[in-house]
Design a protein around this ligand. Structure first.
Ligand SMILES: Nc1ncnc2c1ncn2[C@@H]1O[C@H](COP(=O)(O)OP(=O)(O)OP(=O)(O)O)[C@@H](O)[C@H]1O
Ligand SMILES: [Mg+2]
Length: 327
C-alpha cells in the first residue's frame, strides 16, 4: 500500500502509521514527506468529444466504501452512478447500508421503493419489482437491501448479495454494465456483506487523519478479501486550507495510502443543497465544480484510468482547483 518512495523514510514498511505509532492529534504539517516527488507526466487528458471506452469485463461490480462514516460514500454512489448512466452505460446501484439507508433520498426515489432485496430473497416479490428505475435516466436502477431503520436481516450476508448480483446478470433485460454498491460505514457485518460480490473498490476519503487511518484499515481488509483493484476519491478538498497548510494536500493523501486516484472532489455547498433536494449534483445545469469532478471520476472509472495530484501550494497564483484534474 505504501509507495516504494516512502519506505526509505519510514521505519514501519507496512504503512506510515501503524496502530502503535499512529499520532493521536497531529498537525498536518508534520505529515508531509521530507522529499519532493519528481513531477510525472499526465497519463491522460479527458476528451469530452468521445464516448469513454468501457474497460474490463461486465458487469463491473464496484463497492464504494470508506471505513469512516460521513465522508461521502452515498453522495459518490449517486453522482458516479448517474454520471455512468448519462454516459450511456446501464447501471444498478445497490444500497447496502441496511440500517441507515439513504441512497434513495439522495436520488429522490424514496417514494418509489415498494420492495427491497430482502423480500426478493424471501420469495415475496420478483427482482424487477424491487428495482426502481430512474425516470430521468432509464438505464439507471436502484435496489435497496432493506427498509429504513431495519437491522441486517438474519441470514442476509455476502452469499445473498452474490445471489442478487448473479440474478442481475441473468435478467432478460440483459446484464448491466455497472453494479455499484453503497457500503455502510465501519468494518462489521454490513461492510463484509457489501464487499463480498465486488471485484473492484472505490475508497472515499477526506483529507483528515481519522479518515486516512480508517481507509488504510479498509484497504487491508479489501485486499484480504481478494479485491486488488482499489482506487480512491478524495472528497471535501479545500484548496484555501491546503495552501495555508491547514489541510493535507491530495498529494500527501496519495502518498500515504499509495492508491490510484480516481477523483478529487472539492468542498461545495451545492452538494448539501442537492442532497436535500434529492437531485444529484451531476444533473445540475450549469454544472457545478463538484458535479464536474464527479463526472470526471466516473469517466476514469469506465476507462480504468487514474489522475495525478499536483502540489497546489507550489504556485498559488497559477494553480486553481482544476490543477487537480491534471490540466
Ligand atoms: N464535496 C462535498 N462538499 C460538501 N458537502 C459534502 C460533500 N460530500 C459530501 N458532503 C455532505 O456530507 C454529508 C455526508 O455525505 P454522505 O451521506 O454521502 O456520506 P456517507 O459516507 O455515505 O455517510 P455514512 O457513512 O453515514 O453512510 C452529506 O450531508 C453530504 O451532503
Ligand atoms: Mg452513506
Amino acid at each position: 500500500m505504501i509507495s516504494p518512495q516512502l519506505s526509505h523514510i519510514n521505519p514501519n514498511p507496512s504503512f506510515p502509521f501503524s496502530n502503535s505509532t499512529f499520532p493521536q492529534s497531529l498537525p498536518t504539517k508534520t505529515l508531509k514527506p521530507h522529499f519532493k516527488p519528481k513531477p510525472t507526466p499526465i497519463v491522460s487528458v479527458l476528451q469530452y468529444n468521445r464516448k469513454p471506452q468501457l474497460s474490463g469485463e461486465t458487469p463491473r461490480v464496484v463497492v464504494i466504501t470508506s471505513g469512516k462514516g460521513g465522508v461521502g460514500k452515498t453522495t459518490s454512489t449517486a453522482n458516479i452512478g448517474l454520471s455512468l448512466a448519462r454516459l450511456g452505460f446501464s447501471v444498478v446501484a445497490i444500497d447496502a447500508d441496511v440500517g441507515l439507508r439513504n441512497l434513495d433520498l439522495l436520488l429522490g426515489l424514496e417514494n418509489r421503493v415498494n420492495y427491497t432485496a430482502f423480500e426478493v430473497i424471501n420469495g415475496d416479490c420478483r427482482l424487477d419489482q424491487a428495482l426502481v428505475r430512474d425516470k430521468r435516466w432509464s438505464n439507471f436502477e436502484l435496489l435497496c437491501i432493506s427498509k429504513p431503520r431495519s437491522k441486517l436481516p438474519m441470514g442476509f450476508g455476502g452469499k445473498a448479495l452474490i445471489w442478487l448480483v448473479d440474478a442481475l446478470k441473468t435478467r432478460s433485460e440483459g446484464c448491466p454494465d455497472f453494479i455499484i454498491i453503497d457500503c455502510p460505514a465501519g468494518i462489521d457485518a454490513g461492510f463484509i456483506t457489501a464487499i463480498t460480490p465486488a471485484n473492484e473498490a472505490v475508497l472515499v476519503v477526506t483529507p483528515d487523519i481519522t479518515s486516512l487511518r480508517d481507509a488504510d484499515r479498509v484497504t487491508g481488509l479489501l485486499e484480504c478479501d481478494g479485491i486488488k483493484d482499489i482506487k480512491m476519491i478524495v472528497n471535501r478538498v479545500r484548496t484555501d486550507l491546503i495552501r495555508g497548510e491547514d489541510m493535507m494536500s491530495v498529494l500527501d493523501v496519495q502518498e500515504m495510502l499509495g492508491l490510484a486516484l480516481l477523483g478529487v472532489i472539492p468542498e461545495d455547498s451545492e452538494v448539501i443543497r442537492s442532497t436535500n433536494r434529492g437531485y444529484p449534483l451531476v444533473l445540475n445545469r450549469p454544472p457545478t465544480l463538484a458535479g464536474l469532478a464527479f463526472e470526471q471520476a466516473a469517466w476514469r472509472l469506465v476507462e480504468q484510468d487514474s489522475m495525478k495530484a499536483v502540489m497546489v501550494e507550489e504556485e498559488p497564483k497559477k494553480r486553481g482547483f482544476f490543477s487537480f484534474f491534471g490540466g
